[in-house]
Design a protein around this ligand. Structure first.
Ligand code: NAD
Length: 305
């Protein structure tokens, strides 16, 4: 693949828009499409070419990158009589960066292979900040050859690429990471709430944990207690981070994957229920660290620190 290979970018949301922009800035020829006219206008104002239909975006493209909400969107984009697989030429490459079910990723990859089209699943870690800065981590499933074709484009949007195995392996690995993250965030909130209920200062407790065996990203970077870390979503009303509902989606996918493999994920199941309760409490759109509010009346009433 060279920089003259046309890239069709489908899905210009919180993640897709900055990713498409980074490809454009790196000199790739990008044609973008989204169902939302606002999303299209946003990238167009930064110089990215856009189209009114998905078929027009894909016309003449050697690579299609998708960044869509979930499995249903990805399967309906590529599969079926109207799906893009019927339009793409042999030798084209699909890079799906959405977080979806591993089984869905395998279904699309199998159907693509039958038509001589390559596909890699390449879900990302790094959030909207990583997407904007071009520092995402891509967690890849698919063949070495397909990854080699897509690597220059991935390099323009991220700084780490982990090849985890065949199709679907990238999605499995992403779900494993997010299941661990969801559990760790919930227990970090529980621990801080316990400490405060016993009279401890949440900032001092966090500083201690950050250099002790309970340390984690949840304490050191995305601390759920408001005011402990200035840059954490908790300190700006839980806005602008990784949404509770996205975490809930990923935990659901992890639990489903475990059931289909006969594996047990008791803490993942428990965490899925906690984020579901947090959604029901009206915090689905807030950063997932707001799960701490299940444990603290103090924060809910605005007496955080
Ligand atoms: P988003 O909801 O902001 O964006 C999704 C975009 O897809 C929307 O603009 C929507 O209009 C568009 N869309 C939906 N169906 C479409 C179709 N058929 N054709 C064209 N466009 C279509 O979501 P996001 O935050 O950008 O997340 C995208 C994916 O990345 C999800 O799978 C999410 O789990 C994953 N992810 C998100 C984050 C994050 O921090 N937001 C981090 C890592 C991974």
């Amino acid at each position: 693949m060279t920089r003259s290979t046309r890239i069709a970018f489908i899905g210009l949301g919180n993640m897709g828009a900055p990713m498409a922009l980074n490809l454009h800035r790196a000199g790739f020829s990008v044609t973008a499409f989204d169902l939302s006219t606002e999303a299209l206008a946003r990238v167009r104002s930064e110089g990215v070419a856009t189209t009114d239909t998905v078929r027009a975006a894909v016309d003449g493209a050697g690579i299609v990158i998708s960044m869509l909400p979930n499995s249903r969107h990805v399967e309906s984009l590529f599969l079926g009589t109207e799906g893009l697989l019927t339009q793409l030429p042999q030798g084209a490459l699909i890079i799906d960066c959405s977080t979806i079910a591993p089984a869905s990723a395998r279904r699309v990859a199998d159907a693509a292979r039958e038509r001589g089209i390559d596909m890699i699943d390449a879900p990302v870690s790094g959030g909207t900040a990583g997407a904007a800065a071009g520092t995402l981590t891509f967690i890849v499933g698919g063949s070495e050859a397909a990854l080699a074709k897509g690597r220059p484009a991935l390099d323009a949007m991220g700084k780490n690429i982990f090849h985890m195995g065949e199709s679907g392996a990238g999605q499995v690995a992403k779900l494993c990471n997010n299941m661990a993250l969801g559990v760790i965030m919930a227990v970090t909130g529980e621990a801080l709430a316990l400490g405060v209920s016993q009279g401890l200062d949440p900032a001092r407790l966090s500083q201690m944990i950050a250099v002790s065996t309970g340390r984690s990203w949840a304490t050191e970077v995305c601390n759920p207690w408001p005011g402990v870390l200035d840059n954490a979503p908790s300190s700006r009303g839980y806005s602008g981070g990784f949404g509770n509902d996205l975490m809930l989606k990923d935990l659901g996918l992890a639990v489903d994957a475990a059931m289909s493999a006969g594996a047990t994920v008791p803490l993942g199941e428990l965490a899925r229920n906690l984020y579901s309760l947090n959604q029901r409490a009206g915090r689905g759109g807030l950063d997932f660290s707001s799960v701490i509010q299940l444990f603290t009346a103090e924060i809910a009433s605005g007496k955080g620190t």
